[in-house]
Design a protein around this ligand. Sequence first.
Ligand code: UP2
Length: 370
Amino acid sequence: MMDKDSLILPKDFPELKNDTFLRAARGEEVEHIPVWCMRQAGRYLPEFRESRAGKDFFETCRSPEACCELTLQPLRRFPFDASIIFSDILVVPQAMGMDVEMTPGKGPTFPEPLKDPEDLKRLKTKVDVSSELGYVFKAITLTRHRIEGKVPLIGFTGAPWTLMSYMIEGGGSPTHSKAKRWLYRYPEASHKLLSQLTDVIVDYLLGQVKAGAQALQVFESHAGCLGPVEFKEFSLPYLRDIARRVKDKIKLSGLDSVPMMVFAKDGHYGLEDLADSGYEVVSLDWTIDPCSARLRTGGKVSLQGNMDPCALYATKERISEIVKKMLEGFGMKGYIANLGHGLYPDMDPENVGAFVEAVHTHSRQLLKSN
Ligand SMILES: O=C(O)CCc1c2[nH]c(c1CC(=O)O)Cc1[nH]c(c(CC(=O)O)c1CCC(=O)O)Cc1[nH]c(c(CC(=O)O)c1CCC(=O)O)Cc1[nH]c(c(CCC(=O)O)c1CC(=O)O)C2
């Protein structure tokens, strides 16, 4: 048994017992297709709802013990092949000096969103991620110890455009028109904000790897409200920059490299570019067909996804059929099974179990018959 102090140091981590997810991310041979779910540590689990009850969301995010417990919960139920640290993409705008509240039933709210370029003055120019986001690093280190090498631990961040749109909209939005107004009206200020976000994100991801994260996912969740031209100007260059700079810094720090994954939700107009953007894995939402995603990415990257989360409302038999088709479409090389977006709070944990089991069972059979 480790003493309490050694649990907070990012060293002497338990040996990894299941590296299937990491091998698939690198396009190597596997015995079964690895599977995890976005938002697997979430409200669909009764134990999550119980742990979170009566507590402020961001206070929970700032407690390494709470984040560790929430991250481990789904692993106690399901044989997932990876875990993702419990946190949120909006901790980055907080670190830059913005207030963000989580309003139950409404979601994230910024009481004072950015209105025009003058407001950029309100943001910190230099962000010391170890003091502002050290709580995430502590949560990662603690979880990496407590997970006991069962599966790898994924760290994550929001991408610059997605975070910019939250900071300007002040919350969720069906059109993102306030944020898009900046792109068309204030392109220079938009680039300034995107660059500032990129700098913080690079340090943040490096800090996560130093703390023990074994893979990283960058969420460009609002790619779908951009068109191909705006995507090429305001999203892609920053996604590329993040991959390149994080990798350079990992090398310079003498750390082991980790696979990086990019998820540009509804951004399939940019799939060819994403496959060429420096990430090992491209994550896909459910609106793209697995075979065409393979063709369009030309074997350059591993693919991850993309079952419609709502397929989990189907019967277990139907889930199994859908999974089998999805596996056949993606093939058995360089593939990580996941949903096309996060789990919803009203989903039945039993069907999540059925999804995981279907991936494991069908992929073992398909690999045997290959
Ligand atoms: O509804 C949304 O997803 C958008 C707003 C929202 C966010 N955090 C949030 C909420 C309220 C809510 O979930 O009800 C608030 C939030 N974040 C999270 C939870 C847990 C849950 O969904 O039940 C919750 C629900 C609130 C609660 O527990 O009280 C945790 C979270 N957010 C996120 C992650 C990473 C992941 O998805 O695996 C994770 C942790 C991993 C895990 O739980 O297993 C990432 C996140 N947060 C957020 C976004 C932007 C999504 C968008 O705008 O399309 C994204 C990226 C994405 O899902 O595409 C913002």
